[in-house]
Ligand binder design. Structure first.
Ligand SMILES: [Zn+2]
Length: 299
């Protein structure tokens, strides 16, 4: 009898614990991976986009609205990264907990040093998709540390009972990533000053950290496909500038980069910008992957 009562109590405690898990929705898998580092077993994470999708242009499915409706915490990149699809479904979710400026809304751009901020509101030099500056900030691991701390602040607000648990996990994450940053900086020492072009400005924070010199993009401007004049210019500039590699985010069309690679005799690398692709599960594996692959062309 006592044993049966004990089992019943354990089952109740377990189901309570599961019910109490903080329901985190991340726009991108990589943001979900950072949340998992801090939240551990106290959270469940759903990511809306897949790792191989362009974060600017996503077809919002009805399931996204359902996920947002049930969320305790929404984590997004900020700087209008997801402006093309997130705001309408956030309204449709009718979930007051995760609306902008609520404790359950995490804007990961907060506190970061933003690159390429337009000088004036009317400056269109950043194209159509980076109106507030470059939002692809997560491939600099120094930013990932600030993002994890930001997620911690919000988790501690929406789940105060877990505060010390989250604090312990944040400290552990920071200590592990600090060690990895030293290792990554040794491994990427050969990147400094080496020239590359990218399809979109997705690797500019990674470049600012490693010293890789991104001299141009295949897109004419962020969000604007390459014009034939721009492609002709690139065919001339790639050899003139001594470009070592063409880095292409996995979700962009391959035709123009392949053509440039063949014309200019420069390798094209298809690279992840997110977890949940190429078998990559964690933030650490993502940066490991980038450094290993880019390292093959900078030696
Ligand atoms: Zn972009």
């Amino acid at each position: 009898m006592i044993k049966r009562l004990f089992l019943l109590c354990t089952a109740l405690l377990l189901s309570n614990h599961l019910n109490a898990a903080v329901n985190v929705v991340a726009t991108l898998p990589v943001f979900g991976a950072l949340a998992q580092e801090v939240g551990g077993e106290r959270i469940t994470v759903t990511s809306l986009a897949r790792g191989n999708q362009d974060p600017h242009f996503l077809d919002a499915k009805p399931s996204y609205v359902v996920a947002l409706n049930r969320a305790d915490l929404l984590i997004h990149g900020g700087l209008d990264l997801e402006v093309g699809w997130l705001p309408p479904i956030l309204v449709q979710s009718r979930n007051g907990k995760i609306q902008p400026n609520s404790p359950g809304n995490v804007n990961l751009a907060e506190g970061l040093n933003i690159l390429e901020v337009p000088k004036t509101a009317l400056d269109r030099s950043m194209g159509d998709v980076h109106p507030l500056g470059n939002p692809h900030s997560w491939l600099d691991p120094r930013n990932a540390k600030l993002m994890a701390a930001n997620i911690y602040q919000h988790l501690a607000k929406v789940d105060p009972e877990g505060k010390s648990y989250y604090e312990g996990r944040l400290k552990d994450f920071l200590s592990r990533i600090n060690q990895k940053i030293s290792e990554w900086e040794r491994q990427s020492a050969s990147f400094r000053g080496k020239k590359a072009i990218t399809y979109h400005k997705s690797f500019n924070y990674f470049a600012a950290w490693t010293g890789l010199d991104i001299v141009d993009t295949i897109e004419s401007k962020p969000g604007i496909p390459p014009s034939s004049k721009h492609v002709d210019d690139l065919i001339k500039h790639i050899p003139q500038e001594g470009v070592k590699a063409i880095l292409v985010e996995s979700f962009y069309p391959k035709k123009v980069p392949q053509f440039l690679s063949e014309k200019a005799g420069v390798p094209m690398l298809l690279l992840p910008t997110d977890t949940d692709e190429y078998g990559i599960k964690t933030y650490f594996e993502l940066i490991d992957y980038l450094i290993r692959e880019i390292g093959k062309t900078t030696g």
